[in-house]
Design a protein around this ligand. Structure first.
Ligand code: ADP
Ligand code: MG
Length: 322
């Protein structure tokens, strides 16, 4: 007999709550925030064909659905607490659910975040997670705090997820890639590592932060607008993997500046705090790279090794404009 809705929830998505006062099973979950803490709340939806390809392994999909939400918590400097999962599924496929749940729980356990509720319905494959985290009141990292003279930093490397997408799209041939390269690019796309520890360590150091999900320049543009400042980005400083660095220059540039799905932290900090930024990166075990400077005005400039401005559009991904 087919798996029913409540059996499915019970089997794959119910575990005893530890941080929450009450988890799955009632009309609402109950959470008791610690005194002096503020809740950080974020939602991200993944739609088949839009955010993931039908070829992705269910386990990786479970990881990514939660990872993109943890990345938003990281960008605010939040400590993860709890999440809800709204699922729309074409059918109750046990193999799919087992893989999806395994990827989800493995990442959830690593970050001490627990599933406290959700909704399950039949329909096109669509996954929506709402995640809750906490920060000491007033200490959340925001997009609006960048000031002229601040340095611009990014974690990890950029562009690999986009390069993988170009392979799937048929624009980049596997023949030109070294052994193992495609699997590494594909992991960047399907198994992003949210920078949760780094985000928390940047509280009190970074002046502004965002996670890069829609391309570096598009997401930087959000910080600049919210902060009322401009910026200069050094193309040669942008951190890239050896695999990306071996690709044709024009493709590299496109992936670095406009590629989506990086889930790295892009942040600013006063120049006097650069040692503290490096220390935060070391403690979190994540490389951090200085990639430019915040400037007065509102212009976003990308400069080459000679300091020449490159003609680039500050466009990010927009679901209704592509
Ligand atoms: P209601 O009808 O009151 O909204 P449901 O019958 O939809 O509740 O869900 C029953 C319980 O299971 C609730 O506690 C709900 O939060 C939880 N739940 C439903 N779907 C999921 C899911 N995909 N993951 C985790 N919990 C879920
Ligand atoms: Mg109810």
């Amino acid at each position: 007999m087919a798996l029913g809705e409540f059996e499915l929830i019970e089997r794959f998505f119910t575990r005893p709550a530890s941080k929450a006062t009450l988890g799955v099973g009632d009309d609402c979950a109950l959470l008791t925030p610690a005194p002096g803490m503020q809740l950080c709340i974020t939602s991200d939806m993944l739609v088949e064909g839009r955010h993931f390809l039908s070829t992705v392994a269910p386990r990786r999909l479970g990881h990514k659905a939660l990872a993109v939400n943890l990345s938003d918590l990281a960008a605010c400097g939040a400590e993860p607490l709890a999440f809800t999962l709204a699922l729309s599924l074409p059918r109750a496929d046990e193999a799919f659910l087992a893989g999806f749940a395994a990827g989800l729980w493995t990442l959830a356990e690593r970050h001490g975040i627990e599933l406290v509720g959700g909704d399950t319905t039949a329909g096109p494959l669509n996954l929506c997670i709402t995640a809750l985290g906490q920060v000491p009141a007033g200490s959340a990292l925001l997009r609006s705090g960048a000031r002229p003279g601040d340095e611009l930093w990014v974690s990890g490397t950029l562009g690999d997820a986009r390069a993988a997408l170009e392979v799937f799209r048929g624009n980049l041939s596997l023949q030109g890639l070294a052994e193992g390269s495609f699997e590494r690019l594909r992991e960047a796309m399907e198994l992003p590592e949210p920078r949760v520890a780094l985000g928390q360590r940047l509280r009190g150091i970074a002046s502004a932060a965002i996670d890069v999900s829609d391309g570096l320049l598009g997401d930087l543009g959000h910080v600049l607008r919210r902060s009322g400042v401009g910026a200069r980005v050094e193309l040669t400083a942008l951190p890239r993997s050896a695999t990306l660095g071996a690709l044709p220059e024009a493709l590299q540039r496109e992936c670095l500046l406009h590629g989506g799905d990086d889930y790295e932290l892009l942040f600013t900090a006063p120049a006097a705090r650069s040692d503290a930024v490096r220390e935060a990166g070391r403690e979190a075990g994540v490389p951090v790279t200085r990639i430019g400077l915040i400037e007065p005005g509102s212009a976003l400039r990308v400069v080459d090794a000679a300091g020449q401005a490159l003609p680039v559009a500050a466009r990010g991904f927009d679901h209704f404009r592509t």
